[in-house]
Each structure stands twice: as C-alpha cells, then as structure tokens.
Design a binder for this molecule. Structure first.
Ligand SMILES: C[S@@+](CC[C@H](N)C(=O)[O-])C[C@H]1O[C@@H](n2cnc3c(N)ncnc32)[C@H](O)[C@@H]1O
Length: 221
C-alpha cells in the first residue's frame, strides 16, 4: 500500500516579505541566545572523537532516524558522516546515550542551532552539510523557525563548504537559496530531485505519495 503524505499548503505563496530584513538583521547582530545545555554536553563528548577522525566530514543535519546518515556513509566510504537530530524518539534505535558510532557514521542527539554554533566556534568545517527535509514551518508567522529566517543562518553557512537542502515545499527551498545568495554563497538553480532510491524516510514517504521534491545545492562543488 502507498503511504500517503499530504501536500504542504500555506497561505504564503511568495517569498516572505520580511525575509531580507530578517537575514540582514541576523548578519549584523551576533546571536546571543544561551546555548542548549544538553547539546553543549553532547558536543564535549563528540570532540575527542572528532579529533581522531582522519577523513573529510559530512554532516546530516536533522537526520531523523539516522537512516540517511548510514546510507550516505555507505555512499562515501572515504568520509566520516555525522548525523545530528534532537529527537530521542527518532534516533533511539541507533544511538546509545545520545551518541553512537556505526562504521564511518556517528549519530548524535543534539539541538542543531546550538550544535552549529559550537561546531563553528571550535573551528570545524565539513565538506558538505545535508539538510534533508527540515520541518517546513509553512505558516507565514513561522518564518523565524525556518532555518533561513533563524538567527543561526549566517553561522549555518559557515558549517561546511557545500550544502544540499531538500524539501517537499518549493517555497522553503526558494527562500533558503535566496537568503544564501544574499550572504554571498554560490547557489545553484533550484531543481526537482530525481529519485532513484529514496535517501531518507521522509523522502520515501513524499515520493510514494507522488509529490515533487525540491533541492538546492550551495557552495563550490
Ligand atoms: C521532517 S523530519 C526529517 C528527518 C529526516 N531528515 C528525513 O528526511 O527522514 C525533520 C527532523 O528534524 C529534526 N529537528 C527539527 N528541529 C531540530 C533542531 N532544532 N535540532 C535538531 N533536530 C531538529 C526533527 O527531530 C526531525 O527528525
């Protein structure tokens, strides 16, 4: 039986009118919000492992169950994959005590905005950061919860040399691409994802429901 997943509907049909003001404000002002304490602890646990890694790093930000992290780890045996998600429920099968090493993949339970801040502050830079199907927050009033409308956005763009964002809501991808271009990042054209084997559980669910999925690649490829 085909899983059915509803199309995203939103009263917002165009780029959010406050997006440019928000991105500019976040660029000009350092983000002062206290770090998520449990994520600081998790990052301290990760650091000694990170220091031993001898291959380039790939991040899977918001990795859900970690299935995509393990798939990417198989596809990139010459890299280390780090999958991060805040949900113990989603990560439970894969991470013991919030941190688990599986071959060339590490799964970590952590809150992303704090994790990215700690990552950049400690001088780490991944080769690529995958953001696969982030929560869309489709109501216009939720613009501040979309990653490109969030104060962490300028730091997010420092976490890696390249990025790949995928979503089933094209407007999310368009906004993210535009915001990244305002900050000077080289941004590819937004394109439909050609699904051969779905990379993530959400990708499978949306694909099985017949939805078009969108991606943007950012950074020097
Ligand atoms: C729609 S799901 C997509 C999961 C997975 N990437 C996939 O495609 O199957 C979004 C995921 O982002 C995680 N997430 C949302 N906000 C987060 C945050 N601030 N920190 C860490 N994880 C977060 C959620 O727990 C959830 O697993």
């Amino acid at each position: 039986m085909r899983a059915h997943s509803k199309l995203i509907t939103s009263a917002q049909q165009m780029i959010h009118p406050q997006l440019s003001a928000r991105v500019l404000k976040h660029l000009r002002h350092d983000w002062q919000q206290p770090l998520h304490r449990a994520t600081v602890t998790q990052f301290q646990r990760l650091l000694p492992i990170l220091r031993t890694l001898d291959r380039p790093l790939l991040l899977d930000s918001g990795c859900g169950t970690g299935a995509s992290t393990l798939t990417l780890a198989n596809l990139h045996p010459g890299h280390w994959l780090i999958g991060v998600d805040q949900s113990a429920l989603r990560l439970r099968r894969l991470a013991a005590d919030g941190l688990g090493v599986h071959g060339n993949a590490i799964l970590l339970r952590a809150e992303l905005s704090s994790f990215w801040r700690l990552w950049v502050a400690a001088g780490w830079r991944a080769e690529k950061n995958y953001l696969l199907y982030p929560n869309p927050w489709p109501k216009a009033a939720q613009i501040g919860r979309r990653w490109h409308g969030h104060p962490v956005f300028p730091l997010l763009l420092q976490t890696a040399a390249q990025f790949e964002l995928r979503s089933n809501w094209r407007l999310y991808v368009d906004e993210f691409a535009l915001a990244a271009s305002w900050l000077g990042a080289p941004v590819d054209a937004v394109a439909a994802v050609m699904i051969d084997a779905p990379l993530t559980p959400f990708e499978r669910k949306y694909h099985d429901s017949g939805q078009t999925l969108w991606r943007v690649r950012i950074g020097a490829n």
